[in-house]
Design a protein around this ligand. Structure first.
Ligand SMILES: [Zn+2]
Length: 468
């Protein structure tokens, strides 16, 4: 699958501090080393729930957890059929997890550096030293060189290839199970996956250490964004607002606005499809920073649209206009006539946003001049900045959700929607009933909802841009 390039990926590692650094020099003074990850490279910290999931999957597959609790881990979402995330520990990719929507489960794809953090006890193949030399050069694992195939190994499993002393020399997919491989004297046992050699140097650290290591880089970015806001506010002479969604990007945008020009009102498009945590976050932010919030009511617009057009789909997002853009346009009309809105848009989010200018007008909201102070920030900049400022970010992120918006957004991947089904059964049941009822009334197939088919519209067209 094609990986879009949306901007230089700033990830480096300090091997003295064991932390990610978004630049060539660490706060400790040491030079950092570059860490190559798959584009677009919008990186985020692994939160405890992410680490629990990954460790659970590794324990199941390989009999040992991957991420030590006192190490920092970073996740990098990469293009895939549904969802796949690279796992970075010790300044190297040590594995990936991939959701298989057809099977309703996650698959683990380990990397050869993973055994620097864990000892595989299940699903490994041990080879003799004679074979090891060829395997290191990229050859498949052939029957004659195999000393042992761990007994849980089945055909198609991901396996580690180890030497007798337990050193990992490769990873790949088993071409046959342990049972079948036993009587065999020739043939391919494991097809090796090619991996770019990397440096993995694990060690303990905290996110506070990472903040210290990045203070200078964050200050530079912060200064650029503050200047951008000040210059624009001066130049345009319009009332300034911050479009606040309850997500991390809009929170950083608010913090920058407060530093640049002082308290500004928040614009919140309430679709009525928000998570309870998002509403709680808005209250917390309003309290903490003493800013007023103006709510644009999008809920009635949503259900009106639903009764006429059915659920929105990935390629038929009528909802953004109905429950965000139009209500926001009316709210601005009523309150200010026209305003400048600071928006948490970033280029690393999508090709569309990469191509967007830093100041624009959405044709559906002509009375709003929109601007993106954090257009050039990577998600990891955003997170480190929020940690540095001890800002009250939405607790949904700690539950392993990386998209904060309408809970049933069809643009979410299936892995995300499955998590919501498990964590928010009441919300999800409400949505299931509404979609199922609409499906029955309009003659859709019986499994229209459960199969996820409602998310794609036949003959639908391009995505509507939701930023207002
Ligand atoms: Zn350092």
């Amino acid at each position: 699958m094609k990986s879009p390039y949306l901007g230089a990926i700033p990830l480096h590692w300090c091997d003295a501090c064991h932390v990610p650094v978004l630049g060539k020099r660490c706060g400790c003074g040491e030079k950092t080393r570059f860490v190559g990850v798959t584009p677009p490279g919008d990186l985020r910290p692994a939160f405890p729930s992410d680490i629990r999931l990954i460790n659970h999957l590794f324990l199941e597959s390989f009999g040992s957890t991957l991420i030590p609790t006192d190490h920092l881990a970073i996740l990098n979402k990469v293009p895939d059929d549904d969802r796949m995330e690279e796992i970075i520990v010790g300044g190297a990719i040590v594995g990936a997890i991939r959701y298989l929507p057809g099977d309703g489960r996650w698959e683990v794809l380990p990397r050869p550096d993973a055994p620097l953090l864990m000892t595989p006890k299940l699903r490994y193949v041990m080879v003799d030293d004679g074979a090891a030399a060829f395997i290191k050069d990229g050859s498949s694992v052939l029957a004659p060189g195999v000393v042992e195939i761990e007994s849980h190994t089945e055909k198609g499993d991901e396996v580690f290839v180890l030497t007798r002393d337990g050193t990992c020399i490769g990873v790949g997919r088993a071409k046959m199970g342990a049972e079948e491989a036993r009587g065999i004297t020739r043939g391919q046992i494991v097809r090796l996956r090619k991996n770019v050699p990397q440096v993995c140097s694990p060690g303990p650290a905290t996110w506070d250490d990472a903040v210290d290591a990045n203070r200078e880089h964050l200050a530079t970015l912060e200064a650029d964004s503050i200047t951008f806001i000040r210059d624009l506010a001066e130049q345009e002479d319009l009332p300034v607002t911050v479009s606040y969604s309850g997500g991390k990007d809009s929170l950083v945008t608010l913090l920058l606005a407060l530093k640049a020009i002082g308290p500004v009102p928040l614009l919140f498009a309430d679709t009525g499809l928000e998570f309870p945590e998002t509403l709680a976050n808005i209250s917390a932010v309003v309290d903490r920073y003493s800013v007023p919030v103006f709510r644009a009511d999008g809920e009635s617009g949503f259900w009106d649209g639903f009764s006429r057009q059915g659920p929105p789909a990935v390629n038929f997002r009528w909802c953004c206009k109905a429950c965000k853009l139009t209500p926001v346009q009316k709210l601005i009309e009523r309150e200010w006539g026209e305003c400048l809105s600071l928006i948490g848009q970033r280029k690393y989010e999508s090709a569309k946003r990469m191509k967007s200018r830093r100041v624009w007008r959405n044709p559906n909201v002509p009375n709003q001049l929109s601007a993106a102070p954090i257009q050039h920030w990577n998600a990891l900049h955003v997170w480190l900045y929020l940690f540095q400022e001890k800002a009250p970010y939405n607790t949904l992120y700690e539950k392993g959700l990386d998209r904060i918006g309408c809970y049933m957004c069809p643009s979410s991947d299936i892995a995300h929607l499955k998590m919501i089904e498990e964590e928010y059964p009441v919300l999800w049941d409400r949505w299931r009933s509404a979609v199922t009822e609409y499906g029955e009334a309009t003659g859709r197939p019986k499994n229209w909802f459960e199969s996820g088919a409602w998310r794609i519209k036949k003959g639908g067209s391009d995505d509507e841009d939701s930023h207002y």
